[in-house]
Design a protein. Structure first.
Length: 179
């Protein structure tokens, strides 16, 4: 019997699996660890609720300060959607700061003639933070003053203008001299 012609090339056997292409040319091959922790830090902090972070740690203090500053920036009373954006902006700020510190500790930002990938990732993180802050509003909102706040401000202003003079015994200074 004569051999039947095969449509398969001689080096490919029927048992071999087709080669699978990677999803992205920028993804590392399996088993190669990343050279920085930006993606891992982002992934880790996205899944962590702000309530579960120890508020005494550096990250907890930074998150609390950013949240407080943004809430004050919005006038002190934030709506529910604003609070969600504030939490996301606080996380984005901490992550962008950590990645920025990592970048500044590097001796060179170029390796093998190419810019380090962490620099472009940092730019993306900062752009995301900028979008969040723009959504919240860049202008400071006017805070509504209560009567107690107004009285406290008047009292502080009066003390600042009176200087070292003792108060008048009757409670009010006389503007004119009696004849």
């Amino acid at each position: 019997m004569e051999p039947v012609a095969s449509s398969l090339p001689p080096q490919v056997t029927a048992e071999s699996k087709p080669r699978r292409r990677r999803r992205s040319p920028y993804r590392r091959a399996p088993g190669r660890p990343p050279q920085h922790g930006a993606a891992m830090l982002t992934r880790a902090l996205r899944g962590v609720r702000l309530d579960s972070i120890d508020k005494r740690s550096q990250v907890g203090v930074a998150l609390r300060r950013v949240r407080q500053e943004l809430t004050e920036h919005l006038g002190g009373d934030a709506t529910a959607p604003e609070r969600i954006l504030i939490e996301e902006a606080a996380k984005a700020r901490v992550i962008a700061a950590a990645v920025g510190d990592y970048i500044l500790r590097q001796e060179s930002l170029v390796r093998d003639g190419e810019l380090l990938p962490v620099v472009t990732q940092h730019a993306g993180l900062v752009a995301n933070l900028s979008r969040l802050l723009t959504t919240l509003g860049l202008r400071r909102a006017a805070r509504e003053l209560t009567v107690a706040d107004q009285l406290q401000a008047l009292h502080a202003q009066r003390e600042a203008t009176s200087g070292d003079r003792p108060p008048h015994p009757r409670g009010a200074r006389r503007m004119f001299r009696p004849a």
